[in-house]
Structure formats: structure tokens, C-alpha cells
Design a protein around this ligand. Structure first.
Ligand SMILES: [Zn+2]
Length: 337
């Protein structure tokens, strides 16, 4: 097909042009992260660049949440709605914006995938709790519809508990999937150790693994009464407990349960929104060039997580995949599991 004709049929709106001109930036190659690139012609109202290292070409939106989007304007409206109203069900968003359910589903997860990874560690005192959610394969063909599967999960709850560790240092929260099934000292260490470099006291209910973990990393353990609700409970404990039940309610009741595959995305979004609304179109957020890679590569990251860190077998792979996904650069910190 004649390329010029194709561009003319699908012109950018002034809003999209402004996004390219004023918000999107190109600081490194989205494929190899090299900072040495040059202008290699034009694409619509923006530039096409070429990397001197890997020789690939790209535009300012390559790898971002709007990479490969045809209905860019509708996506911008969608992201605006998420910023102002939070998340609604996929069905509601599909009807409101006149897009297929799968599109509404993908857009939601691209927006969630663009929540920036939190890098700072925790402060001196940290409260920790392991929330759990039942292993959930919502949307996975051949699994979600099977009653036997559901019954099996309910019968073996211990085995299918997805352990979500939530921590709070009186100013910031973090939540991370540790495993599915038994929470071990090793799994806690894997997700938390790096973030506790400055921490002196770890507070939690009396859990053998959390106590062992504290000992192993040389942090003092202090026992907390989570379940006794009285005037003696300190303010931070009350605040923390409210956030724990808030997260649980949001996932189970408002969003009607989410697939374990995406659980970490939701956790990151929840933590981020404790400080205010999430704007997927802001300069800081939309310029992350690893969102496409994070979104399209999730199935394999999830597979590895199940195989390496849990006793749950990986079954019924989702066959939607993007051949080019793993060609893009992603920093380690942005890999969700
Ligand atoms: Zn490159």
C-alpha cells in the first residue's frame, strides 16, 4: 500500500499533534536504550529517528502506552476518565467509549502498566501485612468457565492463596506479590529485602516467617495486635488497616476480582493513587518507553513467576502474543514479578 495515502486517511487531531510536539520526548532508543540517535525523516507531524547502535528506527511514542494505537483520541479520553474518576468495569468503559471489550481491557492494562515503578526504600519503621487473594484466572479461556476448577480452588484454599505483601512506613505504601501458596521466609526476602536497607523495626502480627525474615536481615521485630481495635491501636496502625481493607474491597467488590496475572499492576496503581490521582498522560508517565514491552510481555513474565516462585502449574497459555515484544528495552525494576 502507498504509505502517504494511508497517513492521509488517518490524520492526527490537533490534540494528538500537540501531544507529540509538547509532551512526548525522545531521549534514548526504545529498543536498546542507547542515547546516540539521529533524525531519519518525518512521520506525520513528528520525526522519525534512527539509533546508531542497533540501527532501528522509531518515533517519540514508540514503546509508550499509545504505541500502535489507531484510536489515539479515544484513548486520550479514556485516560482522562481514569485520571478523574478512577477505574470502572471493562464493560462500562467499552460502552461509554464505543470500543470493543478487548480494547477497553487492553487500554486499562496499558494505563496500569504505565504506573511508574517505585524505587525508594522504606524509612525507619515499617508495618507489614500479608493480604491474600484466591488465585484467579479470570478471562483465561478454558479455565475460568470450568466449575471443577473453581471447586478445586475453594477446596484447597491454602494452596491457592496469592500472597500480597503490603508495607507502610507512615508515609508511603508498597505492595508486592510474593507467591501463591505458603509464604516462606525466602519469598519475603526476595520481595522486601532491598527496600528495607534503612529500616530498623519491622512490625507485624506474629507470623513465623515474618519473624524469621526480620532475624535474617537484622531488623528488630515488633509484634502488633492487628485485630484488636481499640483506643490503644496507634494512628499508623489504624491508617494502615484502613488501606488494607480498602485494597481488598476495591479489588473484590468494585472491580469484581482481577486475574492474578494482572494483580501486581492493580497493586502498583493502588499504591500510587494513595498520593493523588494517576495521570497516564502527564509528561513523566507517558514518556516511559517500556510500557508496550511491559504490557505485551506480561504473559511470559507471569508464566515464569508461576513456574519459579509458586507450586501452581502454568496452564492454558494465552496465545495472543506480539512477536516484537522482547525487542524493546525494559529496566529490571519495571518487570512486575
Ligand atoms: Zn537502539
Amino acid at each position: 500500500m502507498d504509505k502517504t495515502k494511508k497517513y492521509k486517511r488517518n490524520p492526527w487531531s490537533p490534540r494528538v499533534i500537540a501531544l507529540y510536539k509538547e509532551v512526548l520526548e525522545t531521549k534514548s532508543c526504545p529498543y536498546c536504550n542507547c542515547k546516540d540517535f539521529y533524525i531519519h525523516g518525518k512521520y506525520k507531524q513528528t520525526f522519525r529517528y534512527r539509533c546508531r547502535s542497533c540501527r532501528k528506527t522509531f518515533i517519540p511514542s514508540t514503546g509508550t502506552s499509545i504505541h500502535y494505537l489507531h484510536k489515539k483520541d479515544t484513548f486520550l479520553d479514556y485516560a482522562e476518565a481514569v485520571k478523574n474518576e478512577g477505574l470502572h468495569t471493562v464493560k462500562a468503559m467499552s460502552e461509554r467509549f464505543g470500543v470493543a471489550k478487548l480494547t477497553a481491557f487492553d487500554w486499562r492494562h496499558k494505563i496500569l502498566a504505565s504506573v511508574p515503578p517505585r524505587v525508594e526504600g522504606f524509612g525507619r519503621e515499617v508495618i507489614l501485612y500479608d493480604l491474600w487473594f484466591l488465585f484467579n484466572q479470570k478471562g483465561r479461556r478454558g479455565v475460568s468457565l470450568s466449575r471443577n476448577n473453581r471447586r478445586n480452588i475453594l477446596k484447597n484454599k491454602e494452596k491457592y492463596r496469592t500472597r500480597f505483601l503490603m508495607a507502610y512506613d507512615y508515609s508511603k505504601y508498597d505492595v508486592k506479590i510474593a507467591t501463591i501458596g505458603n509464604l516462606t521466609t525466602e519469598r519475603i526476602k526476595d520481595v522486601l529485602k532491598e527496600k528495607l536497607r534503612e529500616t530498623k523495626v519491622l512490625m507485624s502480627y506474629e507470623n513465623e516467617n515474618i519473624v524469621n525474615f526480620s532475624r535474617r536481615v537484622g531488623v528488630k521485630f515488633k509484634k502488633l495486635e492487628f485485630y484488636i481495635y481499640n483506643e490503644k491501636s496507634s494512628e499508623p496502625v489504624k491508617t494502615f488497616r484502613n488501606q488494607l481493607s480498602g485494597l481488598k474491597k476495591w479489588l473484590n467488590l468494585i472491580l469484581n476480582g482481577v486475574a492474578t496475572k494482572y494483580l501486581q499492576f492493580y497493586g502498583d496503581y493502588f499504591v500510587y493513587t494513595r498520593r493523588g490521582s494517576f495521570d497516564a498522560l502527564s509528561r513523566e508517565i507517558i514518556n516511559q518507553k517500556f510500557v508496550w514491552r511491559k504490557f505485551t510481555g506480561l504473559e511470559l513474565v507471569y508464566r515464569d513467576f508461576l513456574n519459579l516462585k509458586t507450586a501452581i502449574p502454568y496452564v492454558n497459555p494465552i496465545k495472543r502474543y506480539w512477536k516484537t515484544s522482547f525487542k524493546y528495552f525494559i529496566p529490571n525494576i519495571a518487570i512486575p514479578y
